[in-house]
Design a protein around this ligand. Structure first.
Ligand code: HEC
Length: 255
């Protein structure tokens, strides 16, 4: 920057006559301190990218995604769970003041206020300070939000029935079920499918009837007398039909 001598000023003395346009300098002015974008820089980027790609690939192979069986829209007992980063919003919907008739409060108003506040933060908090300690309101709300999200996520994880969640989506052996078979029609007529599923693959409320490890007699026993959550007396047909149902169920084995 030339100062003083040899400098010409116009009108406003702060503006030199030969003003240079405000264009950043060409990188040729920094010999040795720059590098070409192609191929030097891109090659480095690609190398880092490849390392991450292979890293993610190894991770996905080591931890396959926890897939469940194909979603069954008729399985009303299935309890879905959002991914971990939405658990705090999900937990909000479990409180009596934010669920049921007040779902709008838990689903729209509370998250709306929080995220709306975040959106409006630059307009609400216009102080010039950058230190967190000089911005008590902004800092306070941020800490409150972090504490709230942490607490809600924690509660959601702690109160979820992980055992049932694991059982409800379990992938069971797929066996071609003959919907025209007499045994199937009997199951349908006796409302067994409402719990055990139209493809007999089970659901949140009952286990699969495919690959049952019981004898015909034991199956008849369970159907007649029930067992745990399996209600007794569901089957209204004759003994002969019961025999047919049992044979049908035990025939559904994985090949
Ligand atoms: C209310 C839901 C419900 C209905 C309706 C229902 N079941 Fe079940 N069923 C269950 C449950 C739950 C079990 C698992 C019981 C246990 O955990 O011991 C079960 C178990 C069984 C089993 C034993 C499976 C095994 O692997 O041990 C058989 C067989 C069976 N049910 C047949 C039937 C038949 C046939 C009908 C219709 C007459 C029927 N179920 C109706 C809920 C139901």
């Amino acid at each position: 920057m030339h100062r003083g001598k040899g400098m010409k000023f116009v009108g406003d003395s702060r503006v030199p006559a030969e003003r240079m346009p405000n264009i950043p300098k060409d990188y040729s002015e920094y010999p040795g301190k720059t590098e070409a974008f192609w191929p030097n820089f891109l090659l480095k980027e690609w190398m880092v990218g490849a390392v991450f790609l292979i890293g993610f690939l190894c991770l996905t192979v080591a931890h396959p995604s926890p897939l469940e069986k194909i979603a069954d829209p008729t399985d009303t007992a299935y309890i879905p769970l959002p991914d971990w980063y939405f658990l705090f919003l999900y937990q909000l919907l479990k409180y009596s003041y934010a669920s049921g008739p007040y779902t709008v409060i838990g689903a729209m108003i509370m998250p709306g206020l929080a995220f709306g506040g975040l959106l409006l933060a630059p307009f609400i908090d216009r102080g010039p300070h950058r230190r967190p300690s000089k911005r008590p309101l902004a800092t306070g709300f941020m800490l409150l939000a972090i504490a709230g999200i942490f607490y809600l996520t924690w509660e959601s994880v702690a109160t979820h029935n992980w055992e049932a969640a694991k059982a409800q989506g379990k992938i069971v052996a797929e066996v071609e079920v003959d919907h025209e078979a007499e045994g199937y029609k009997l199951l349908e007529a006796n409302t067994c499918l409402t719990c055990h599923g139209a493809e007999l693959t089970g659901g949140a409320g009952a286990p699969a009837l495919v690959g049952v490890k019981l004898s015909n007699e034991e199956v008849m026993e369970v159907i007649k007398n029930g067992r745990n959550a399996m209600p007794a007396g569901m089957f209204k047909g004759t003994d002969e039909e019961l025999q047919k149902v049992a044979e049908f169920i035990t025939s559904l084995q994985e090949k």
